[in-house]
Design a protein around this ligand. Structure first.
Ligand code: 5AD
Ligand code: SF4
Length: 450
């Protein structure tokens, strides 16, 4: 009988893709995936360290996992990912196995060596590992949309951020392996890929034999977009200091490169941005937005915002609010600053904004973004959208949902299409989260090909 692995994934999309790589490695070892922890021989959590509350949640899960040991002492509990890398041996008091983001090839060896008395750990970071040759076992449910990692690690030492310490130095993956992976996904019926990296704009592949064979991100995007005009290409995350005009023009050139850029601003105050070591200021950010919109008028732009970073004054906070009002982001992920041990900020800057002030500012930011999302969605009323169907809408089984090119969620009456079909719809009304649409025509006959 084959051994069973149960895996929970926390944090970013990159972690989802890493779990898929881990499953591919474990499958080779004879493991099959189970969604039921009670029958698993191996329980894994692929973890996130980005904010303290992410880690606290995982500590809670570890206690839950350990309950399994009471009735099944042989079950192995393993922690993977960023928290494994950050806390290292500290986790061994509670679990049997600890493996950092660059150590997944060692999992079979570690699993063979694990005994209750001898927990195993590998948290070595690598300058080369990209898992380029591993074909991830897809975890998505509908077989439509897949994540493809194009690089790993991060070289931007943003002062608040733990990622360079948990994921190591930036390295890009051989573009040919990326194109092969996406071609394979396309041939298996996938309709959308999201190219993933901490900072995709600094993707750069140096061909060892031929300097004309070097590839930057714009060129990689083009290579992937050319696989099929019916394959949607997305990417995340863009860094405002690095997003190039070439990338923006490449997006404009290909219909199937989705018109959406996730462009984390973090703060609207140039003083905070300097202290965060973001290497751009407010004016630079606004100029990049202007450039994007001049080339791609309908481009969706989303962002991340941190409230209450060290020394943030009321004026700095107001600068964030005015920037958000100026840009009118389509949506945003918004966080209260959480000091992370080992980061530059934790060494140099006091976490000196009281929790109640952080919370109040965050709430103001969330409230404003709610209004901006609604405003941005209202502009879409009357427009036609080509939507890639994800499946039935959660609220009403007679309706379908899926995303438009600009990443906005659309719901509309079903004419019997299934996940992976394209539909053409017209926006009739909106909420701050959703575009409510009517049908233009059925796509079952394949008329809608744009
Ligand atoms: N505290 C709060 N938010 C953070 N982020 C990264 N580090 C921290 C931190 N220490 C946010 C940033 C980043 C997103 C992934 O998480 O906004 O873009
Ligand atoms: Fe969390 Fe960042 Fe690690 Fe992703 S890279 S899992 S967001 S800490």
């Amino acid at each position: 009988m084959s051994k069973k692995v149960y895996i929970e994934t926390y944090g970013c999309q990159m972690n989802v893709n890493d779990s898929e790589v881990v499953l591919a490695i474990l499958q080779e070892e004879g493991y099959t995936l189970t969604e039921n922890m009670d029958e698993a021989d191996l329980i894994l959590a692929n973890t996130c360290s980005i904010r303290d509350n992410a880690e606290q949640r995982i500590w809670g899960r570890i206690d839950q996992f350990r309950i399994q040991k009471k009735t099944r002492p042989d079950v192995i509990i393993g922690i993977l990912g960023c928290m494994a890398e950050r806390l290292k041996e500290k986790l061994l008091e509670k679990v049997d196995l600890v493996a950092g983001p660059d150590a997944y090839r060692a999992l079979p060896k570690l699993l063979k060596a694990v005994t209750p008395e001898r927990p195993q750990i590998d948290v070595l970071l690598s300058h080369e590992e990209t898992y380029a040759d591993i074909k991830p076992v897809r975890l998505d449910k509908n077989g439509v949309s897949a994540f493809v990692s194009i690089m790993r690690g991060c070289n931007n030492v943003c002062s608040y951020c733990v990622v360079p310490y948990t994921r190591g130095a930036e390295r890009s993956r051989d573009p040919h392996t990326i194109v092969n992976e996406v071609t394979d996904l396309w041939s298996r019926g996938y309709k959308e890929v999201t190219l993933l990296g901490q900072n995709v704009d600094s993707y750069y592949w140096k061909d060892k034999n031929n300097s004309n064979g070097n590839t930057n991100f714009a060129q990689l995007l083009e290579m992937v977009a050319k696989i099929s005009p019916e394959l949607r290409v997305r990417f995340s995350t863009s860094h405002p200091k690095d997003i190039s005009d070439e990338v923006i023009y490449t997006m404009a050139m290909y219909d199937n490169i989705c018109k959406h850029i996730h462009l984390p601003v973090q703060s609207g105050s140039s003083i905070m941005l300097e202290k965060m070591r973001r290497k751009y200021n407010r004016e630079w950010y606004l100029e990049r937005v202007k450039k994007i919109r001049s080339v791609i008028p309908d481009c969706g732009i989303t962002t991340d915002v941190i409230a209450g970073f060290s020394g943030e004054t009321e004026q700095d906070h107001q600068d964030t609010l005015t920037l958000m009002e100026k840009v009118v982001f389509d949506s945003a992920f918004m966080f209260a600053y959480s000091e992370r041990p080992g980061t530059l900020a934790s060494k140099k800057y006091a976490d000196d904004i009281p929790q109640d002030v952080k919370t109040a500012r965050l709430n103001e930011i969330i409230e404003l973004q709610g209004r901006m999302s609604l405003k941005s969605n209202q502009k879409e009323i009357g427009k036609l959208m080509k939507v890639l169907v994800e499946g039935p809408s959660k609220k009403n089984a007679d309706e379908l949902c899926g995303r438009a090119s600009n990443n906005k969620m659309c719901v509309f009456p079903s004419l019997g299409e299934k996940a992976g079909d394209y539909c053409e719809v017209e926006v009739v009304s909106v909420t701050s989260a959703t575009l409510i649409c009517k049908r233009i025509e059925s796509c079952l006959d394949g008329i809608v090909n744009r």
